[in-house]
Write a protein that binds this ligand. Structure first.
Ligand code: SME
Length: 152
């Protein structure tokens, strides 16, 4: 991670840890990530509810995908596979569910409590290949900080 990514990660991790409840922890994480880079066009958190992902706090244009079954989309794939998915060009990925016609690239990072998926952080960008290793490390750090706040 660059120094700036590290500073952002530390600030968000602190804000998440100090949040009074899970809802504000998620809101703080979304706001902190959205402010990190203008290329992060849409930032949101989905929470696992049974076999669906339900949209929680987000910043950006409202998405039509407020509930995503686990067998659909990049979001479903990241939750099923319990690993980060980075897509440099969404139009080339058949799993992609369109949220905005402007979106070119996407990262989805599961929020894991051990082996259990609690939810995920989803970021869309209007720029192609917007998410490099530093972005991935940053979002994964934020997901790890959110896990204890979301674990029942
Ligand atoms: N693109 C996601 C759907 C969610 S919207 O991007 C907010 C997917 O393929 O699962």
């Amino acid at each position: 991670m660059t120094e700036r990514e590290q500073r952002t990660a530390e600030a968000i991790v602190r804000a998440v840890a100090e949040a009074p409840d899970a809802q504000s922890a998620m809101t703080r994480a979304v706001a902190g990530l959205r402010a990190h880079r203008p290329e992060y066009t849409w930032v949101g958190i989905y929470l696992l509810d049974g076999d669906e992902l339900v949209l929680g706090p987000f910043l950006g244009t409202p998405s039509p995908h407020t509930r995503i079954p686990l067998d659909r989309g990049l979001c479903g794939a990241a939750a099923r596979e319990k690993r980060t998915i980075v897509v440099d060009e969404v139009s080339a990925d058949p799993r992609y569910l369109a949220c905005s016609l402007e979106t070119r690239s996407e990262i989805v990072v599961p929020i894991l409590d051990g082996d259990r998926v609690l939810g995920e952080i989803d970021i869309d960008s209007d720029a192609p290949a917007a998410f490099g290793p530093g972005d991935r490390a940053l979002v994964e750090r934020v997901a790890a900080a959110l896990a204890p706040r979301l674990a029942p």
